[in-house]
Design a protein around this ligand. Structure first.
Ligand code: FES
Length: 361
């Protein structure tokens, strides 16, 4: 009873984007193309063997869904075991275990106007959304892109090419700390305001380091942009990449997440349950103790469910509750709207009714 979401992909190309950021391009064999189909804004999880154990790390996709390959861009993190390996040691021809794309930092539509806001390597998912919207949509895009200095701008040349290709639709505003200091909330609000009030406005997408994201969110709130138009993908840089005792306790480093902060605390109304789980065209019935999350209960039953962070932060484990009730121990990624649509996180879901039917789509 197992379902592996990890597949070996071969590195077909490596591109040094800056002195500490490198794009890793995977060739996807035809047999895996369907499994690795993705939406702009999603991420891949790497499973890297280390000292007889495995480290899981998530990296946003920078390529677009219509390209035959997958590209992630990795920035070296101080003392980061996996990021240092990816930037310094990974070679063309190496094989990496990669999980199918996941994540919900995805525009519902790319037909309207978009405000894209990136800080540093937060450009990665933003770049995928940007290129996809330019190719598939017809709206205007303003990209606010903050960096330390010129040399740390990832995709500098590609952005120049795109602005030449779409002069009427794309405007890129670079903010460099080395030139004008850290951008103030007031400046960010001024840059966002005229754009965010267009009739055709689809939404604002933000990704980058925490201080940039906080400033950007504050700026957008200060111009009264409705919360349901703001999408946030938060990078979490842990001080140390954890070396875990196998899959069960791995925590990803370099990411992630949220759309809207939301959390349901566990309560004393949890009950032992039977879970019916639909996964990869098969149905499994398992015992689900009220002490365990759905992910833990499935692992005890020998069933492998998709997951990455195990912290309620990445949505890799997202599934739908078709019948019954669950309670989330923590949730930093699903919005109220997602929860109303019966979406849940298996890594945080606790049983709240005696029968629960779960479906992975
Ligand atoms: S595994 Fe990341 S939210 Fe569940």
């Amino acid at each position: 009873m197992s379902s592996s979401r990890y597949h070996l992909l071969t590195v077909s190309k490596l591109v040094n984007e800056t002195s500490d950021a490198r794009s890793v391009i995977f060739e996807v064999p035809p047999s895996l193309r369907q499994k690795f189909a993705f939406k702009a804004g999603q991420f891949l999880t790497f499973r890297i063997p280390k000292n007889g154990e495995h480290l899981l790390r998530c990296y946003s996709l920078a390529s677009t869904p219509d390209e035959p390959m997958l590209k992630v861009t990795v920035k070296r993190v101080a003392n980061g075991v996996v990021s240092t390996w990816a930037v310094n040691d990974l070679k063309v021809g190496d094989q990496v275990e990669v999980m199918q794309p996941a994540g919900i930092f995805i525009p519902k539509s790319v037909s309207g106007d978009l405000l894209l806001c990136a800080g540093g390597s937060g450009i990665t998912p933003i770049f995928s959304i940007l290129q996809t919207a330019l190719k598939q949509g017809s709206g205007n895009i303003r990209l606010i892109y903050a960096n330390r200095d010129q040399d740390s701008v990832i995709f500098k040349n590609e952005l120049i090419t795109l602005t030449e290709q779409y002069p009427k639709r794309l405007e890129v505003i670079h903010l460099l700390d080395s030139v004008s200091g850290i951008p103030s909330n007031h400046l960010l609000a001024r840059l966002a305001q005229p754009f965010a009030s267009t009739l055709n406005f689809e939404g604002a997408f933000i990704c980058g380091p925490a201080p940039f994201m906080d400033s950007m969110e504050y700026a957008l709130e200060s111009i009264n942009l409705s919360a349901d138009k703001i999408y946030v993908e938060r990078f979490i840089s842990l001080p140390n990449e954890k070396i875990a005792g196998g899959q069960a306790t791995d925590v990803p480093n370099n990411r992630i997440e949220t759309v809207t902060q939301h959390s349901n605390g566990a309560s004393d109304t949890l009950i032992d349950a039977v879970a019916t789980i639909e996964l990869d065209g098969q149905t499994h019935n398992i015992d689900w103790s009220k002490q365990d999350t759905l992910l833990e209960a499935a692992e005890k039953a020998g069933l492998s469910l998709p997951h990455s962070c195990r912290e309620g932060m990445c949505a890799s484990c997202m599934c739908e509750v078709k019948e019954g009730q669950v309670q989330l121990r923590a949730n930093e990624v699903l919005s109220e709207r997602d929860l109303k649509q019966s979406l849940t996180l298996s890594c945080q879901a606790m049983p709240h009714s005696s029968k629960v039917h779960i479906c992975y789509t």
